[in-house]
Design a protein around this ligand. Sequence first.
Ligand SMILES: [Zn+2]
Length: 197
Amino acid sequence: MARVEPGVAGATEKPPETQAPRQLVSLAMYRTLVLNATNDPLSVVSGRRGALLVLAEKADPVHESGDQLRSERCSLLVPSVIRLRYFVQVPFHGARAISRHGIFARDDFTCQYCGGKADSIDHVRPRSRGGGHTWDNVVAACRPCNTRKRDRLLSELSMRLRRSPSIPTRSTLLAAASTAVPEHWCLYLGVDRRRTA
Ligand SMILES: [Zn+2]
């Protein structure tokens, strides 16, 4: 339920387009984690979109940021985590677009050859030798390992992967989608707090 000040008629019908510019700017800083009706993490949206979903009674706040959004007609706590009131069907293994940040998040920002801090991406089977830019062929790596490996196969070197690359979980990608993952999100995402690159 939206936190609407009592006695303010029509407050839930008014989207926060009437906010003063300063308040809209501050709302733009917020991000809202959206849970499916089943409590599974679904997506990350802007705080504004999260607030609108609550105002439209399409979602309930599960965790609030503690910051209040005010307009002439209503006020509500900006939701940090919301749960949809309806179920959204999610393809089991939908096409999860490969991204540099997603690769770092999946590999915990760790070089998959030496365990050091990763600052580059390596194609396990080099592209020049037919390797694809796919989740199961791309790993996070440090520059020295990347330079050492060059366009060779692991079988031609003494290098080994610490774990085989695979499609990351939706939770890992959601964590990667947000530059700063609030600590209380980890509970819903089922992930450890991630280090940033
Ligand atoms: Zn390395």
